[in-house]
Ligand binder design. Structure first.
Ligand SMILES: Nc1ncnc2c1ncn2[C@@H]1O[C@H](COP(=O)(O)OP(=O)(O)OP(=O)(O)O)[C@@H](O)[C@H]1O
Ligand SMILES: Nc1ccn([C@@H]2O[C@H](COP(=O)(O)O)[C@@H](O)[C@H]2O)c(=O)n1
Length: 219
């Protein structure tokens, strides 16, 4: 435990955690941890190595060996072992593989310290599934951000189309529901509303309304 303030924003896929966290971290002048991008980067490394997604020992070895660099500008730039993989992180293939390997407690244990290391002055905004429950349980401010599965699927669909990535709405809805089920039912660090978290349902809120609520919580 130290005195560096942390704001955790947890919630299911497509709830707006990343969008809101990036904006709030800029307003506060705090650092930003997109923990999902760490799991996604590992998924890219594992898929590139042609590993079986059930081979926990080899996945852990890849997680221990991988070097990740993050550059937080307008767009997040992520380098895996020196190579820019930013363009590959947003796909549903990467997200689904990330969700499968994230269920292994051994994998989570390897990635735990890499996430804690982001806690630096003047403060940190951390988004993910277990930020307020496991990685930063002592965080001063906690938010649980959600929205209906239909709304989240629609947001993800529009986001992928805007990025020029081929997308199919019924398939995305199925995948989001499957990911919700896997992330919230796994035994290790499941998606949950952390104790003391401020609950926001953004289904009918604009991005700006959510940002304002979160900033008010801290200020
Ligand atoms: N309140 C909102 N109203 C409308 N669109 C939103 C809202 N919040 C976020 N979005 C849009 O939804 C999409 C998904 O948002 P974002 O990537 O921030 O979600 P996320 O919770 O970080 O998802 P993941 O955990 O899968 O990375 C983005 O295109 C974003 O602009
Ligand atoms: N703290 C976290 C963050 C992410 N995950 C897993 O990674 C998958 C991808 O995350 P996104 O936030 O980028 O969508 C997600 O579905 C989780 O399975 C996690 O377990 N813990």
């Amino acid at each position: 435990m130290n005195d560096i303030p942390v704001l955790t924003i947890d919630g299911p896929s497509g709830a707006g955690k990343g969008t809101v966290s990036r904006a709030v971290s800029k307003i506060l002048g705090w650092h930003y941890l997109d923990s999902g991008s760490i799991y996604r980067s590992l998924a890219v490394a594992v898929l590139d190595a042609g590993l079986d997604l059930n081979d926990v020992a080899k996945i852990c070895a890849v997680a221990e060996a991988m070097s990740l660099e993050f550059e937080c500008g307008d767009e997040l730039v992520v380098r895996l072992n020196g190579g820019d993989i930013s363009g590959r992180l947003a796909t549903e293939t990467t997200g689904n593989a990330a969700s499968i390997i994230a269920a292994y407690p051994e994998v989570r244990a390897v990635l735990l310290q890499k996430q804690k290391d982001f806690q630096r002055l003047p403060g940190l905004v951390a988004d993910g599934r277990d930020m307020g429950s496991v990685v930063f349980p002592e965080a001063k401010y906690k938010v649980y951000l959600t929205a209906s599965a239909e709304e989240r699927a629609l947001r993800r669909y529009k986001q992928l189309i805007e990025k020029g990535i081929d997308a199919n709405l019924p398939q995305i809805t199925r995948e989001i529901e499957e990911r919700d089920r896997r992330d919230s039912q796994r035994a290790s660090a499941p998606l949950t509303v952390p104790e003391g978290a401020h609950y926001i349902d953004s289904s009918s809120l604009s991005i700006q309304q959510v940002i304002d609520q979160v900033v008010n919580l801290v200020e």
